[in-house]
Design a protein around this ligand. Structure first.
Ligand code: PLP
Length: 340
């Protein structure tokens, strides 16, 4: 099981492991999964994923506990969201059971890459679905490829659980109200890149996009949902153009369990003034506390907390989430799948 990887200094990035999983959809049926050491794909140059964006994916993590048990966080929810994304862009959905089998097997085959307890790292799984039929006209593919690979990863935001600065952008939209925002499709990330690159160059960790129609409400960050805390309330945006974050879903349950009122509704930019704490949440971001949000075009700044430490509720949520993921706290909501 031992490797010479320095798990405690891993970035959030691709790291070569031994095996990845693959399955093929043709003539209305999925093949049996295959497991391979090949990192390359061979697909037709006219594949719909390459030209018309017929591509969707997932991101989830497996953790090694102090007890040596491997726990996969909310595996089935991720499988179900891939079905939602696939249907959203007219792709053949991956059966939930097949998704689960392939993810588990990829973890088993790459066990030596699972970061040990305490390293501040985890094994990130990347399931992805591609339209692969050779087509030139715009229409849904008749053939699909589903793959799963994994990579040991460290924190997405390089400082881990330290408050970051974020930027609101008004001159870019990530997704439209009736667009593809609720699906985890590559096009949404392509649409976020210009704003993200600029924000990083201007000294911010990431951006918050606003609702594309009115430019009044907070939608979400490029890779994470938004939440704010005020007067014992956990408040998070409701919007038809954001990804339904499984981390956020979990934090809502944890917040309720901590006797906070949990509120999901449109959140205006002006309301940021009222929050005592703010954060971004997602599989990669985990919970990233936010110390400042700058509304770039309006030239307004909103600050949260003392600028150095995460607030008490954000910290409590983080500790509970991490505690459940690594097995130190009771998994009372039944979120973990134990790898057998
Ligand atoms: C756009 C976007 N929003 C939110 C999230 C968070 O979702 P989850 O908590 O399911 O990882 C992600 C992915 O991590 C994302 O890419």
């Amino acid at each position: 099981m031992s490797t010479d990887i320095d798990f405690s200094s891993l970035p959030f990035g691709y790291f070569k492991t031994d095996y990845n999983a693959r399955a093929y959809y043709k003539d209305g049926r999925w093949s049996e999964p295959e497991y391979t050491t090949d990192e390359q794909l061979s697909i037709h140059m006219a594949s719909t994923c390459l030209h018309y964006g017929q591509e969707c994916f997932e991101g989830l993590k497996a953790f090694c506990g102090k007890d040596g048990v491997i726990r996969i966080f909310r595996l089935e929810e991720n499988a179900k969201r891939l079905v939602h994304s696939a249907r959203g862009i007219c792709m053949a959905p991956v059966p939930v059971e097949m998704f689960i089998t392939m993810c588990k097997q990829v973890i088993r085959l790459n066990k030596k890459y699972i970061p040990p307890f305490g390293a501040g790292a985890s094994l990130y799984l990347r399931p992805y679905l591609l339209g692969t039929a050779a087509q030139v006209g715009v229409s849904p593919s008749t053939e699909y490829f589903f793959g799963v690979f994994c990579s040991p990863v460290g924190p997405y935001f390089k400082d881990g659980f330290k408050p970051v600065r974020m930027q609101i952008v008004r001159d870019f939209d990530r997704a439209a109200p009736y667009g593809t925002g609720t699906y985890k499709v590559g096009g949404n990330y392509a649409a976020s890149l210009q704003a993200l690159v600029r924000a990083k160059a201007e000294g911010y960790s990431s951006v918050f996009f606003l609702d594309a129609k009115e430019k009044k409400y907070i939608d979400e960050a490029g890779p994470a949902n938004f939440f704010g805390i005020k007067n014992g309330q956990y408040i998070t945006p409701r919007s038809s153009s954001i990804l339904r974050s499984i981390t956020n879903m979990s934090l809502r349950e944890l917040a309720g369990d901590m006797d906070l009122a949990v509120i999901e509704r449109p959140v205006t930019v002006e309301e940021l003034t009222d929050f005592s704490e703010a954060g971004a949440c997602g599989t990669a971001a985990v919970i990233t506390p936010v110390k400042e949000i700058v509304d770039r075009e309006v030239r307004t700044s909103y600050r949260f907390g003392d600028g150095e430490h995460a607030g008490p509720i954000t910290t409590a949520l983080y500790e509970r989430l991490m505690g459940i993921q690594n097995g130190e706290l009771d998994d009372k909501f039944n979120w973990n799948t134990i790898l057998d």
